[in-house]
Ligand binder design. Sequence first.
Ligand code: NDP
Ligand code: 2IT
Length: 451
Amino acid sequence: MPVSDHVNLEQFMEGVKKRNPGQTEFIQAVHEVSQDIFGFIEDKVQYHEAQILRRIAEPDRIVSFRVCWEDDNHNIRVQRGWRVQNNNAIGPYKGGIRFHPSVNESVLKFLAFEQTFKNSLTGLPMGGGKGGANFNPKGKSDAEVMRFCQSFMTELYRHIGPETDVPAGDIGVGGREIGYMFGQYKRITNRWEGVLTGKAIEYGGSQMRPEATGYGAVYFLQNMLKHQGMDVEGHTAVISGSGNVATHAAEKITQMGGKVLTLSDSGGFIHDPDGIDQEKIDWIKHLKNVKRGRISEYVDEFKGAEYHDGKRPWGIAADLALPCATQNELNEDEAKTLVSNGVKGVSEGANMPTTLEGVKVFHDAEILYGPGKAANAGGVAVSGLEMSQNSERISWNQERLGDMLTELMEGIHEKCTEYGSTKGGYVDYVKGANIAGFKKVADAMLAFGVV
Ligand code: NDP
Ligand code: 2IT
């Protein structure tokens, strides 16, 4: 028997910490997954012998590069860009690009690691990757964002391709940035191909892709609630963020007859006791995507709402909670507050928004809790469908994509219940998602031998 056979979870995590010093987000993500995988593989010697978990927790490769650009005042600016290609056992690397000053190697490694399990869960043939740069798009002109995107792609293009690695959007990267990057890729390579997803409809984008992550997170929540005989309808919801995921989650909650009480940005949150309805959501979309303003401006437009500067929304009592902003935005104390205020279901639009301690609070209270890698997989799933449409040179209509998204989210929920159901009837969706996501990737890796 190989020595690794005798490694327990604590020893495994010690090794991860030693090999990735200071990379707290990456270590947190590996820890969360490993807790469940150790139990699952305990009696499965083939996974131990092949060191599968250890291999998934070591990215296939990381490319790091200088991104040099000129601002509107003719200053030369230098940023750092990365692409983390975590695992391509079941398909080309796939995952978003994030532009935010907090981006570093640890953040992108955690995201690429999570993406590997998420993409596996969708059932589509996609491996896991993530990229980005420590560039802050806030306050930059369109021309500056364009020059940055072009410079970023001037290096990235050589590492990606429709059969190799297909990036998309994430925090700070939406339709505008994807357009600039796709244009530059096409200019350099002289090839029109589906190398990015999240494109606009005019040049190969998919219907439903902008909506898919937020809508999917609500479908997942609805699936969890239905499984316990409940429904979104008639329930209040607190949501964080006011970007792509948050606004579409709010839209779907509203369409299903729920009432959204909060949205936020990095400055603070707004609380609207009358509910943030479709008209208000449309106003926020315009504020964020066109005016590029702050959520605080909402209270000047809609009377009866309050702005809480520098605060997060988890203190507002609600039946449902959807963290849709960023990692570690919901901690142990905030989870306790949500539980004591009677929250019934939590669905993560963001990636790893709840700390490990917060997750434990939800589990101990047996709250329905859908982790990001399952709940927000609708976005990458429709990205997968965008890839298929690009390869086939066709475009499916909105209705068909809407149906496919609904089915994909049902499928993910089913996989989670298959591996996460406990004797008492409670579903541990974290465990279910981790094991189901792991198994497909692990079995593919076994088939390849030692590579
Ligand atoms: P956007 O850039 O569209 O929106 C991000 C939102 O989160 C903004 O309101 C932003 O506020 C807020 N935010 C970002 N960083 C912080 C922070 N450090 N503290 C507080 N608020 C913050 O991004 P998305 O909506 O696309 O992404 C949101 C989350 O969803 C991320 O975790 C992302 O990884 C995840 N996700 C996205 C998918 C997609 O398809 N887009 C798919 C699956 C997951 P501000 O404007 O002030 O920065
Ligand atoms: O975290 C994610 O799943 C995304 N940012 C979307 C990735 C994608 O390839 O659509």
